[in-house]
Design a protein around this ligand. Structure first.
Ligand code: 3HC
Length: 311
């Protein structure tokens, strides 16, 4: 019997094939991927701001070099991902406009302030650690260009995570003040980091369809649990305490039980009411305005070039 285009698409995806830009795809598949990939790109670009705050304040030339390299990597991740979204027909200008107008989201985690050098450690260790859990999974996403971008990004993320953990280890093994700084950063970044994985599965409107289309290969809660189970021993190894009194190893489940997440805070932050949302968008708006002359010059040059070639 004849199968509908949707049924053939689903069978293609179920057989673990990669969907490529020129393949037929359900409009909703295209739309949800543009939503997720463009917001992933926005997250990388906005994510440069909290760390940029410390490039001029780094405690040594070595730590400045490492942080500079990491922030430059994030810019590159943003460019890969905007390009991946463009293969689905998304327009770069529209995506940027949606970010600046507040219409598009970016990862909640980047709306928190970075108030000490230890925050650079906590961000590399926890935020990039969470990113690795999420992005290793996305290497198996059904859309080809997105999966391939992830392979490249994951290689750089492991450097990001290791350098962050090294900062935390140095501080935790340093003076009492340094250890207190590291513990204070862990206290402020732990809960926002586990919120990064998104709402609970039962509260996640996109998950069911994204799992069916193999865009999402593991659920929000699965990845959150994976991250917690991997990270708790790392905190213990450097003598830091996770700020969750309900955190407890569950022998028969073979994983950690953890306390209730403050979902009110999560939804406030993604609605735009986090500590730094206005500051982050203002910085992106300024970058966009300051970059106007560069875009105009590049367009003028491109126009002249195409005229010259046409002669
Ligand atoms: N920050 C901001 N918005 C978030 C969020 C977060 N941490 N978690 C979920 N949301 C939003 C979703 O975008 C969705 O809103 P939308 O429909 O307007 O886009 C809504 O909350 C409901 O969440 P769902 O679980 O239904 O949405 P998804 O199925 O898209 O899952 C996601 C959310 C796991 C973040 C998924 O979009 C994803 O894997 N995105 C790619 C990864 C990414 O964007 N990372 C940002 C860079 S930082 C990083 O990679 C670490 C982190 O991903 C663990």
């Amino acid at each position: 019997e004849t199968h509908s285009l949707e049924e053939r698409f689903q069978a293609y995806v179920d057989a673990e094939n990669k969907v490529e830009p020129k393949d037929w795809m359900p409009e909703k598949y295209r739309k949800t991927l543009i939503r997720q990939i463009s917001q992933h790109a926005h997250s990388e670009v906005v994510g440069m701001l909290p760390e940029a705050n410390w490039i001029t304040r780094a405690p040594s030339l070595r730590s400045k070099l490492i942080l500079l390299a990491k922030v430059q990597d994030e810019a590159g991740h943003g460019l890969y991902l905007y390009s991946a979204a463009e293969t689905l027909g998304a327009d770069r200008e529209d995506m940027i406009k949606d970010l600046l107008s507040g219409k598009a989201k970016y990862s909640s985690i980047f709306n928190y302030p970075t108030i000490s050098w230890a925050d650079m450690g906590a961000i590399g260790w926890l935020v990039d650690g969470a990113a690795i859990a999420n992005q290793v999974m996305l290497c198996r996403t059904s859309y080809g260009p997105y999966a391939r971008a992830m392979v490249r990004i994951c290689k750089e993320e492991s450097f990001h995570q290791r350098q962050g953990y090294e900062i935390m280890m140095q501080l935790a093994r340093g003076s009492e003040e340094q250890k207190a700084m590291a513990q204070d950063a862990l206290n402020r970044w732990w809960w926002p980091s586990i919120m990064m994985f998104g709402p609970r599965d039962e509260d996640s409107p996109n998950s069911a369809q994204s799992m069916k289309w193999k865009i999402k290969r593991k659920s929000n809660d699965e990845l959150r649990q994976e991250f917690i189970d991997k990270t708790v021993p790392q905190a213990e190894f450097i003598g830091l305490t996770i700020p969750d009194p309900d955190l407890k190893w569950n022998e028969e489940k073979g994983q950690y039980d953890y306390g209730e997440i403050n979902w009110e805070e999560f939804y406030q932050v993604i609605k735009g009411n986090g500590p730094c949302n206005a500051q982050r968008l203002a910085a992106r708006q300024k970058a966009y305005d300051d970059g106007k002359w560069i875009r105009e010059a590049a367009n003028a040059y491109a126009e002249k070039e195409s005229k010259r070639k046409a002669e």
